[in-house]
Each structure stands twice: as structure tokens, then as C-alpha cells.
Design a protein around this ligand. Structure first.
Ligand code: NAG
Ligand code: NAG
Ligand code: NAG
Ligand code: NAG
Ligand code: NAG
Ligand code: ZN
Length: 512
């Protein structure tokens, strides 16, 4: 809907009293969202007017508009104005593990690099390391046009590391739903020295909420909790009671199912009375859901975080995920292991969905497909609108009047983008763009990346990061962890199994 000129001028006048200057993104190709049709509307040659932290209006080149005197006008003609992307599952702290995990399976990751391992929570990672990792990890998202992240923050192995991660999230400038992980850390010095554990963690969550450092930022405090199990126990009750007490914006939990165990989490949550509530629940992976689980997610409007690359890389599978895509948002998971731009995840998922359908037709039925089962618009909505829906936020992951001004502007002039934006801007973003095309990123109406550069002192961040990473890498090498594979019992399926290597080199033996 185009606003009338009078309303636009009125909004301009009102906002001139605000602290943040209004912004006008002038003359772009806008990928807007229509709430009544639940679909994308492309608005060519359209300006986006931002007042404070919200989108105030769109108007095309024929509308009359006079921005108020203080309005910052930014020419985006020829470029694509997109909602910022939503990453529904992340462990942002663990950035320093980059490069060490290129070969890992989930069992190997969990055994040697996961949050409860000696390398992670045994004392090597200090509060400063967590701060640096969290911030750098989230800045990678920002650089890639991601504006909202649900962070499953399982760096809470001491009160200091917990608070440092929260500060790292705040300092990133993103909209972070920083979800404090309530769990045991058996090898943490804080556990052995002072009995650190869930009870004390719940107290710290309350204290952090009250302390309120997050209030003057786009970060909000949620809860991550992997312990829930039947029958109902005191800790489950305490965690969900606290979520209510602090009015948590989201609760996130891991579940894989199948050979990994943990089947039927939606049913468990439902039996315990935790699913059909106003608290948004996001279950990460959920690779093996039964039809009963899926029906429960639908009827209670709760979501899974589908992390395509993670589930492919680690061997978590997509047994039933394709059956529940309208209750799914996209996530990245451990960005130290693979790529962290949500568009990359959307692209991988789109093409793997196409392959799944085509494989069934070609190999099982021996027939040739006439059409394509999944469109770029569907992939785009998974990466944007569905993330907002997972959080029960109609104002996130969409460009619409009244929505949060979380915006990613793609330059459409690179060799890969040239010309496509005019024809099909959604295809341009989903299939042709790369992080280098992300020109501007705004969160809450404020530029966080501008003209291709994130607005932080990256040299300073980088220097601290490199020192921290080198310390952690040396500790991993000293413990002989790189290259290890985990052999032994893992979940209800028994011992892990060594699979054959793929070899792309001629001759005997494996080339890697
Ligand atoms: C949404 O689409 C409907 C149907 O095409 C249209 O009537 C309505 O004006 C659109 N809303 C906006 C905000 O563009
Ligand atoms: C809030 O944060 C902004 C920067 O994000 C800063 O300029 C401002 O001083 C802060 N205000 C308070 C009250 O801390
Ligand atoms: C999903 O996994 C189960 C075993 O856990 C299997 O019986 C079922 O056939 C699988 N479903 C699909 C669609 O592959
Ligand atoms: C969820 O709760 C609402 C009332 O709060 C009820 O109307 C609805 O039937 C419930 N749905 C399920 C699946 O239990
Ligand atoms: C990757 O796997 C190969 C073969 O198992 C191994 O030699 C190599 O050390 C692994 N690399 C890393 C970084 O773990
Ligand atoms: Zn995870």
C-alpha cells in the first residue's frame, strides 16, 4: 500500500522530534510483504521511508513526497531493498573453532568440541574469549545481511563467560535473541569449585534481565534448554516458570531424533503443558518428527529451526523435515564449521528439496519432471518471514508498513547480479547474490553496514580475535583433537560407524 502524501509528510514531521534521524532509501526495487496474501510484492522504483526503528511508508516515483529537513536520503536506485534475514539457530560464541571442524561429524563435534567438552568449558575459554567469539560470529552474520539471530548460547559454563557472551551479542548491534543455555557443565572449573549449574544459572538469568544492559540495544534475553524430559521434574518447571516470569521472547531446544535419540520432543513438551502457550518455542533440527509431532507444531503454531548445511555436514539427516516446512525457519548452527549466510542456507535447502522430489521421480519412478516443485519465493520466505513467525513477530523478516526497519540492501551491479534485479529480484538474491553484494544493513533503522563495510573497528576486533583463536587452536592441538574421529557409543543406536571415504584422486588410497 502506498501512503498518501499527507500521511507521509505528517510522519516526517512527527519523527523530526525523535532521537534517530529519519532515513529515506530512495528509488530501489523493494521486496515487500503483503500480510493479507502472505506473499511477496515487488515494488519497482520505490522509496522506503524509515521513522525511528520502523518502516513508515513506501511510495513510488510518481508519488509526491517531501522528506522532512533532518531526513537522511540514501540513493538505492538500481539496488534491491530486502528484509534482513533471520537466522533461527546459532551458537555464535564458537567462532574460534573455524578451520578445525571441516571434517567432523556430529558425534565427533559433540565429543571433542561441543560446549561440555574439556576444550570448551574446561578452562581454556575465558570470558574474554567468549566475548570475542560471540561478537565476531555475529558480525559475520551482519556482514551477510542477517539482522536477526536466535542464539542458543551454550557458553554459560561460568557466570563470567555467560555475561561476556551477552555483552558480545549486545556489542554486535544485531537483533539477537540471546538464549541463555541452562544445563550442566561437568568439566567446568566453576562446577567443581562452586557447584555451578542450572539452579545458579536461573538466578543469573534473572539478574541479567534486571541489570538491563540489554535494554539500550537490539538484544533480548531468551532461554535455551535441552534437558526437558518426562516425567515432569522440578528443573523443567523452574525453567518454564522463569521464562514466564521474565517474559522471555523465545525458548529454544535441540532435538534430532532417529538414531540420535530425542524423538518426539513436541509430544513431550505437549504432555508437560509447555507447547500450547504464548511462549514461542523453536526446536532446532528436529530431523525425525512423527506425524503426531508435526500435527502438534501446526496446531500450536510452534516452529523448528531447519539448519540445512549443519544437518548435511554433521550427518543429522532430513528424514521428515520436508513435511513441516510451513512451520520451519532457517538457521546456521555452528558457523565455525560451515557457512553462515542465511541466503546460502536457503539456496542449499531449495536445491536439496528439488533434488529430493526429482530423485523420487527419476530414480524410483523412472519419469521426467515437467515443472519445478519449489520456487525462489518459497526459499526467500523461509529465510525471512518464517523466522519472524517462529518468534511470533509479524514485524520481523518482512518489509511492510509498521515493521521493524531491519533492512538489507543488495547492490545489483556486480557481474553476478547485473540485470537480474530488474527481472526477478528474489531470484537475484536467492540464486545469484553473494555476501559481497550486501551493500547496506540496517537494524532498528540504524545503519550497521554501509557501502559494503560493517561499521565497527574491524581491525581491533580482528586483532583480539586472532590472539584468542591462536590460543584455542594450540590447546586443541596439544590435546590432539584435530583429525580425531569419535569411536564409541553415541545415543541409543550404539557405537558410531566408520564410513568409506570419497576419493576424487586417481590411484590407490584416499587423497585426503
Ligand atoms: C495486499 O494484497 C491485496 C490483494 O492483492 C491488496 O488488495 C492489498 O492492497 C495489498 N496490501 C498491501 C499492503 O499492498
Ligand atoms: C544507547 O546506545 C547508544 C549506541 O547504541 C549510545 O549512543 C547511547 O549513549 C546509549 N544510551 C544509554 C542511555 O546508554
Ligand atoms: C524416517 O526414519 C524412519 C526411521 O526412524 C523410517 O522408518 C522412515 O522411513 C523415514 N522416513 C523417510 C521419509 O525417509
Ligand atoms: C491450545 O490452547 C487453546 C486455548 O488456549 C485451545 O483453544 C486450543 O485448542 C489448544 N490447542 C491444542 C493443540 O491443544
Ligand atoms: C580430515 O580427515 C582426514 C582423513 O581422515 C584427516 O587426515 C585430516 O586430518 C582431517 N582434517 C581435519 C582438519 O580434521
Ligand atoms: Zn545447535
Amino acid at each position: 500500500m502506498m501512503l498518501t502524501a499527507q500521511l507521509v509528510i505528517l510522519l516526517g514531521l512527527l519523527s523530526s522530534h525523535g532521537a534517530v534521524a529519519d532515513v529515506l532509501l530512495r528509488g530501489g526495487t523493494v521486496i515487500s510483504f503483503n500480510h493479507s496474501t502472505e506473499s511477496l510484492d515487488i515494488l519497482p522504483d520505490t522509496s522506503v521511508h524509515i521513522v525511528g526503528d520502523r518502516i513508515a511508508g513506501f511510495y513510488d516515483s510518481s508519488s509526491f513526497f517531501r522528506p522532512s529537513a533532518g531526513t537522511e536520503v540514501v540513493d538505492v536506485s538500481g539496488h534491491i531493498v530486502s528484509p534482513g534475514f533471520v537466522d533461527a539457530h546459532r551458537h555464535a560464541w564458537s567462532t574460534q573453532y573455524k578451520g578445525l571442524l571441516s571434517n567432523t561429524t556430529f558425534a565427533t563435534y559433540a565429543a571433542f568440541f561441543g560446549a561440555t567438552t574439556p576444550l570448551s568449558s574446561g578452562g581454556t575459554w575465558t570470558a574474554d574469549d567468549v566475548y570475542v567469539g560471540e561478537r565476531a560470529g555475529l558480525l559475520e552474520s551482519l556482514d551477510a545481511g542477517v539482522t536477526t539471530v536466535i542464539d542458543h548460547a551454550h557458553h554459560t559454563w561460568s557466570p563470567e563467560t555467560a555475561e561476556a557472551g551477552l555483552r558480545g551479542a549486545i556489542a554486535s548491534g544485531l537483533r539477537v535473541f540471546w538464549c541463555y543455555a541452562v544445563q550442566d557443565y561437568p568439566v567446568s572449573p566453576a562446577t567443581t569449585d562452586s557447584g555451578w549449574g542450572p539452579q545458579k544459572q536461573l538466578e543469573q538469568i534473572k539478574a541479567l534481565v534486571e541489570k538491563g544492559e540489554w535494554k539500550n540495544s537490539s538484544t533480548r534475553i531468551g532461554i535455551a534448554f535441552d534437558g526437558v524430559a518426562e516425567p515432569l521434574n522440578e528443573l523443567d518447571t523452574a525453567v518454564f516458570d522463569l521464562a514466564k516470569e521474565i517474559d522471555a521472547p523465545v525458548m529454544t531446544l535441540h532435538a534430532v531424533g532417529g538414531p540420535y535419540g530425542g524423538d518426539g520432543l513436541p509430544q513431550v513438551l505437549s504432555h508437560l503443558g509447555f507447547l500450547n502457550t504464548s511462549l514461542p518455542i523453536v526446536i532446532s533440527h528436529a530431523s525425525f518428527l512423527s506425524s503426531t509431532d508435526i500435527a502438534l507444531l501446526r496446531s500450536t503454531d510452534q516452529f523448528i529451526a531447519l539448519t540445512p548445511e549443519s544437518e548435511m555436514h554433521y550427518g543429522l539427516d532430513h528424514n521428515s523435515t520436508h513435511l513441516v516446512q510451513e512451520q520451519a525457519a532457517l538457521g546456521v548452527d555452528t558457523h565455525a564449521t560451515f557457512s553462515a549466510d542465511v541466503i546460502g542456507q536457503a539456496r542449499l535447502w531449495l536445491q536439496s528439496e528439488r533434488l529430493r522430489v526429482f530423485h523420487e521421480l527419476l530414480t524410483v519412478q523412472g519419469r521426467v519432471p515437467a515443472n519445478n516443485p519449489m520456487s525462489v519465493n518459497q526459499a526467500f520466505l523461509l529465510a525471512t518471514r518464517n523466522g519472524g513467525r517462529a518468534l511470533r513477530r509479524d514485524d520481523l523478516g518482512v518489509l511492510a508498513v509498521g515493521a521493524k526497519a531491519d533492512i538489507t540492501v543488495f547492490s545489483a551491479t556486480s557481474p553476478n547480479m547485473l540485470g537480474v534485479a530488474r527481472v526477478n529480484p528474489v531470484a537475484a538474491v536467492v540464486l545469484h547474490s553473494h555476501v559481497g553484494d550486501v551493500k547496506h544493513v540496517l537494524v532498528d533503522g540504524v545503519f550497521k553496514k554501509r557501502d559494503g563495510r560493517i561499521l565497527v573497528d574491524w581491525k581491533d576486533v580482528g586483532t583480539k580475535f586472532l590472539a584468542s583463536q591462536e590460543k584455542i587452536r594450540k590447546a586443541a592441538v596439544a590435546a590432539d583433537l584435530p583429525g580425531q574421529v569419535f569411536l564409541g557409543p553415541f545415543g541409543p543406536a550404539g557405537d558410531t560407524v566408520v564410513v568409506d571415504h570419497v576419493d576424487v584422486v586417481r590411484g590407490a588410497g584416499t587423497g585426503y
